[in-house]
Design a protein around this ligand. Structure first.
Ligand code: 6R9
Length: 649
């Protein structure tokens, strides 16, 4: 998607002295540097050691420390005079609203925690949330954290099968869902999807159901299974006090599943102490948080961006977070700008795909609203193209607000490479995330791990641990080591290097340009999807023998999945079958994974050892020369791809 990065002419080489000084201090003495930040949070017991690196790459932060996430995000602010300040401002898609002050949030979190406690859940248990963007979701996250219950949020756009897979992997005993959610005026019947998932997820003993859409006028049937399913409102005590449980800094706060290069999603495990410290610090550096900030991060809480910058980041700082339930262009393309104006949003954080979509509707929709409260604009999720960057900067930000292009991942917990106006703003170049944040030892290396010269594309690496890093993959420590540490580490030399699987380039000024994924993961409208997951969904259909999925550039979504399918004997290509496969993927993975096109071919290009050559398929799809073909088993397979594409035209 990214057009070739061009360095804008900068007048003179700018030396960001203050930023360099802070970055230097963080790298020279990370333990002291991060201890200083960690002290701004409240600990029940201070750590014995800031970083335990005795068992790399299983780094542990603030070991010996005891902390509670819910206490730091909520209770801590009550003594700071924030009792009646808005913590969460929620806006529903139909236009209904709810505001929770810090004190109200505190009371709700206590009541919800009492429900979990009464169900017998305690520290060490896991719970799954399958909820739309309603206040009950962050309340439940905080309630679980209050008791040391590790939670996993499953995006409410995922299918029954995807939900079941995550519940089973996390071994959750309790599932919290809702009767339904609103999306573009329609009701998504979540409880029904959850019921389907539960048939495949035997570990769940109890289901808590939030009355959401039916309480707001929707007429749907919500069947409850006796002895297993309970309405939340029937379980909630009128009031309750549940003491926050001090947990070890290394206690898993949550598991969040994300796509990798195999069909099986990875359960990224985040710690409590390190994660909180990192989210807290990055909020300061990147968003330059001030006490009266109102932050609107448009991400769904089902993704890491929502965890860190809708829920924990703003609440740890005691500022107001805005949560919006619906689509950005529903009922009209100015829905977000209306919200910014209505609540005086100061920090706005979204994805390039959304900017590109809204850009297409024209600037009148933005101009209708007074956006003068905005101070900082952020982007995340994929590279931003300079056109979208400029539109965001000029039309939305009125050329007043810096754009913070933030590179990070589910695995990193929080932002890693980004402008840091909270420390010192550097001249921005559209499409560059600028410099690594303090404590992030990032570099760009070539195939052999040696540093890449400026201007040359290589692989992004992180050369030392940081507090927000994942601790492991849930139940699969070997996969953790293999996926992130094997590519460039040299354990025999004591060198451990984190590999995020992104291409990157550093320019003459030391600015980082992130150039897209270096593995079989694609970003579709900012959502991370594994091509292997879509392939395995396709081959689970009786008609499909083999499938290859690649990402195709798309002007709005960044990338879209495109599938090449070999049918089993006895099946013939047809429009009907194509449609059936699309529906099958929707059912198996959810709507976001549906291929934009499905091509039927007789065979797929493979190496002699039988591996599908997706790189070659992609080249043909894009009309490029396929490159090195020495390992290709059968040249005719390329003609097959060409023929399929031709027929489709
Ligand atoms: C937070 C989030 C991570 C992948 C990452 C990279 C891409 C994220 C980016 C970016 C270019 C940026 N990515 N931010 N690429 N510029 N500012 O998106 O997490 O869903 O795990 O995806 O997203 O490819 O490796 P996640």
């Amino acid at each position: 998607m990214t057009s070739e990065p061009k360095t804008l002419p900068t007048e003179a080489r700018f030396i960001p002295k203050r930023l360099e000084e802070v970055r230097k201090r963080a790298l020279e003495n990370p333990e002291e540097f991060f201890a200083e930040i960690a002290r701004e949070l409240e600990w029940f017991k201070t750590w014995d050691k800031v970083l335990d690196d005795s068992n790399p790459p299983f780094y542990r932060w603030f070991v010996g420390g005891l902390i509670n996430a819910s206490y730091n995000a909520v209770d801590r602010h009550l003594k700071r005079g924030l009792r009646n300040k808005a913590a969460i401002i929620w806006e529903g898609e139909p236009g209904d609203t709810r505001v929770l002050t810090y004190y109200q949030l505190y009371r709700e979190v206590n009541r919800f925690a009492a429900v979990l406690e009464n169900l017998g859940l305690r520290k060490g248990d896991t719970i799954a949330f399958y909820l739309p963007m309603i206040p009950e979701l962050p309340i439940f996250m905080l309630a679980a954290a209050r008791l040391g219950i590790t939670f996993t949020v499953v995006f409410s756009g995922f299918s029954a099968k995807a939900l079941a897979e995550r519940i089973n992997d996390a071994k959750a005993k309790v599932l919290v869902t809702a009767d339904g959610g609103f999306r573009r005026g329609k009701v998504i019947e979540l409880k029904k999807i959850a019921d389907e998932a539960l048939e495949m997820a035997p570990s769940v003993e109890t289901v808590i159901v939030v009355k959401n859409v039916t309480a707001r006028g929707a007429k749907i049937d919500v069947p409850l299974t006796e002895g297993r399913d309970y309405w939340l409102h029937n379980l909630l005590p009128a009031h309750a006090k549940v003491d926050p449980v001090p947990v070890e800094s290394t206690h898993p706060l949550f598991i969040l599943y994300t796509s990798g290069t195999t069909g099986k999603p990875k359960g990224v495990v985040h710690s409590t102490g390190g994660y909180l410290v990192w989210v807290y610090a990055t909020m300061k550096w990147v968003f330059d948080v001030k006490p009266d900030d109102v932050m609107f991060c448009t991400a769904d809480i089902g993704w890491i961006t929502g965890h860190s910058y809708v829920v924990f980041g703003p609440l740890l700082h005691g500022i107001t977070t805005v949560m919006y339930e619906g689509a950005p262009d529903y009922p009209a393309p100015d829905r977000w700008w209306q919200i910014v104006e209505k609540y005086g949003v100061t920090i706005f954080y979204t994805a390039p795909t959304a900017i590109r979509m809204l850009m297409r509707y024209g600037e009148e929709w933005v101009k209708k609203h007074d956006l003068s409260t905005l101070r900082i604009l952020g982007t995340v999720g994929e590279p931003i193209n300079p056109e979208a960057w400029k539109w965001y900067y000029t039309v939305v930000g009125g050329e007043r607000c810096p754009i913070v292009d933030t590179w990070w991942q589910t695995e990193t917990g929080g932002i890693m490479i980004s402008p840091a106006p909270g420390i010192q703003l550097v001249p921005l170049k559209p499409g560059s995330a600028t410099y690594p944040l303090p404590g992030v030892d990032a570099d760009v290396v070539c195939e052999d791990g040696s540093p890449c010269p400026p201007g040359q594309r290589g692989y992004l690496v992180i050369k030392r641990p940081w507090p927000g890093m994942l601790m492991t993959l849930w139940g699969d420590p070997e996969r953790y080591v293999r996926t992130y540490w094997q590519r460039f580490s040299k354990p025999e030399e004591g060198k451990w290097i984190y590999y995020p699987a992104d291409y990157a380039m550093k320019d003459e000024d030391g600015y980082f340009w992130i150039l897209g994924r270096a593995d079989e993961v694609i970003k579709v409208a900012g959502h991370r999807l594994g091509t292997a997951e879509i392939e395995s969904a396709l081959v689970s259909h009786p008609a499909v023998a083999e499938a290859a999925v690649v990402g195709k550039p798309d002007p709005v979504k960044g990338e879209v999945p495109v599938a090449f399918v070999v049918l089993r004997q006895g099946y013939t290509p047809s429009e009907e079958l194509r449609h059936e496969l699309v529906e099958h993927v929707r059912k198996t993975l959810g709507p976001i994974a549906v291929p934009a096109a499905i091509f039927f071919v007789e065979k797929l290009p493979k190496t002699r050892s039988g591996k599908i050559m997706r790189r070659v398929i992609k080249a043909v799809l894009l009309g490029k020369t396929p490159g090195d073909l020495t390992t290709l088993e059968d040249e005719a397979s390329l003609d097959e791809i060409r023929r399929a594409l031709e027929e489709f035209k």
